[in-house]
Design a protein around this ligand. Structure first.
Ligand SMILES: Nc1ncnc2c1ncn2[C@@H]1O[C@H](COP(=O)(O)OP(=O)(O)OP(=O)(O)O)[C@@H](O)[C@H]1O
Length: 489
């Protein structure tokens, strides 16, 4: 037997390479002795060889241990001083429902053991403990808890992946998108997502894949705008050896590589007509024919396509195949631009701020009310992607935790012109000298911010490209952006 770390109850599924740990909760030294002997006699090899024991004389001690470290299985006596074995079962259930607890009882307290099972205990063992009986029950408990845990790992993993790329919103239009996603996950039908650039079409495609029946299979993104010209066909469908000069061996295409999973065709509207007909055949027959090959390969793939083009218009003008359009749009999801679902702006902006500020080591950033008003009022021609860029720059430039309207306005296009000296209504209400000073201040602030963004926040580079000595640049930063910023690189 050896000692070491065990399963982390707070992180489902994070198992260290530790021996299997059994916690015995028993106050009688004789019974502890008997239990240890029985465990040693039991053939616990299939558990992975090594196992170790922790012994506690009461439920309170057991709970304290569980708060400090995780164990794989608990064997507890029913009759304990202080909290009873029954109470302990309830507490452990609340802590980690996948941790198997076996209660050890005397014949005359079997009814209590049955109560414990109602509270979530996995099984009970009657004293005196018999090695063969113990072994059989332990194996069963462990097998089932492993299954539960594996399930918890998937759920946790899924949630993490989904949250990190998560799609958020609060509008009616967003709710409709979510219900379309749900509908799409019920089948393997092809999905066509349409919407302006940056509206989250990629996130929707990923969400459909992650919530589908095979989320662990590949999610292959094929961006039709970046496929190398001349190689498109072989990139998509693969080729056989000798198909063309340089084809020195058989090579599977991107579609075949995603077999079992999802292929996401981004900007499908850009796919040339000859490849459109080849793709149609794949969608209809679930077969891929590599370039130069005579034999087809069967594939099982969910196809999702997205476009920011008006595909129906392209069908009308003959640049997109009508039959492919209908084959793709079995389920169609039309995503509105942000300016037509403004209720989503604060939700997405806050979500991005929390995520990005944490990633950039400035957790706790928040928008003040005016900043949020400025975000909601803006039209976002680049939609969520533009919003993300603005939030990222706001975090980069933030000198404290509050992002203000003035910080936001400086980052929105067109504002530099205002700041660069075109007097706004506020300025024209001031005497000339004062208005000029304010305009210069606004310009300087916007200029410094823009330079810092251009150079990823590196002051030396920003100063160099401005033609201002670094020390002077730092002083300007101190004056116009707040003192903390000037202490950086
Ligand atoms: N509903 C949303 N929730 C969270 N983030 C969003 C949402 N919509 C857009 N975003 C942000 O916008 C970025 C762009 O999204 P995505 O790449 O999915 O857009 P797209 O419509 O596929 O763009 P394109 O047409 O240019 O390929 C995302 O990475 C995310 O930061």
């Amino acid at each position: 037997m050896s000692h070491g770390g065990v399963l982390d109850a707070k992180t489902p599924g994070k198992r260290s390479k530790a021996p299997f740990t059994i916690l015995i909760v028993e106050d009688s030294p004789t019974d502890i002795e008997l239990m240890l002997h029985a465990l040693e006699d039991a053939d616990l090899k299939p558990l992975g060889g090594d196992f170790e024991m922790e012994v506690r004389a009461n439920a309170e001690g057991a709970l304290q241990l569980l708060a400090e470290r995780s164990v794989d299985l608990v064997l507890t006596d029913m009759m304990l001083p202080g909290l009873s074995g029954l109470d302990l079962v309830g507490r452990i259930q609340a802590l980690d429902p996948n941790l198997p607890v076996l209660v050890v009882t005397r014949m005359n307290t079997v009814s209590q053991a049955v109560d414990a099972m109602r509270r979530g205990a996995f099984d009970y063992i009657v004293k005196p403990v018999n090695a063969a009986d113990l072994e059989m029950r332990l194996h069963r408990a462990i097998r089932i808890s492993e299954i539960l845990r594996r399930h918890a790992i998937y759920e946790h993993h899924d949630r993490q992946v989904y949250e990190s790329n998560s799609l958020v919103g609060g509008s009616r239009a967003f709710e409709q998108i979510i219900s379309r996603i749900r509908e799409a996950t019920q089948s393997r039908s092809t999905v066509l997502i349409t919407g302006e650039t940056g509206t989250g079409k990629g996130l929707i495609a990923r969400a459909i894949h992650q919530q589908s029946l095979q989320p662990d299979h590949p999610f292959q993104i094929i961006d039709c705008t970046t496929l190398p010209e001349g190689m498109m066909e072989s990139e998509l469908f693969g080729h056989v050896r000798g198909a063309f000069t340089g084809a020195i061996s058989d090579k599977p295409g991107l579609i075949e590589l995603a077999n079992g999973g999802t292929v996401f065709f981004d900007e499908i509207g850009e796919l040339p007509l000859p490849l459109q007909s080849k793709l149609l055949r794949v969608l209809e027959d679930n077969e891929v024919r590599p370039v130069g090959g005579t034999r087809v390969r069967t594939v099982n793939i969910r196809f999702i396509a997205a476009t920011n083009r008006d595909l129906e218009r392209r069908v009308r003008d003959g640049s997109f195949r009508k039959d492919l359009y209908y084959r793709l749009a079995v389920i169609s999801i039309a995503v509105l631009p942000l300016r037509e679902r403004r209720e989503d702006i604060p939700v997405i902006a806050r979500h991005l701020l929390t995520k990005l500020s944490r990633e950039m080591g400035k957790p706790g950033c928040h928008f003040d009310e005016r900043a949020m008003e400025a975000l909601v009022a803006y039209d976002w021609p680049g939609n969520g992607r533009e919003l993300r860029n603005v939030v990222e720059r706001a975090v980069l430039l933030a000198t404290n935790e509050t992002v203000r309207a003035s910080d936001i306005r400086g980052l929105l296009p067109g504002r530099e012109a205002d700041s660069a000296g075109i007097p706004d209504i506020g300025l024209t209400s001031l005497p000339y000298i004062e208005a000029k000073e304010r305009a210069i201040d606004q310009f300087t602030k916007a200029y410094l911010e823009a330079k810092l963004v251009q150079h990823g926040g590196v002051i030396t580079k920003a100063a160099e490209s401005s033609g201002i000595p670094r020390q002077h640049f730092s002083l300007l930063m101190k004056r116009f952006l707040g003192s903390d910023a000037a202490g950086e690189t």
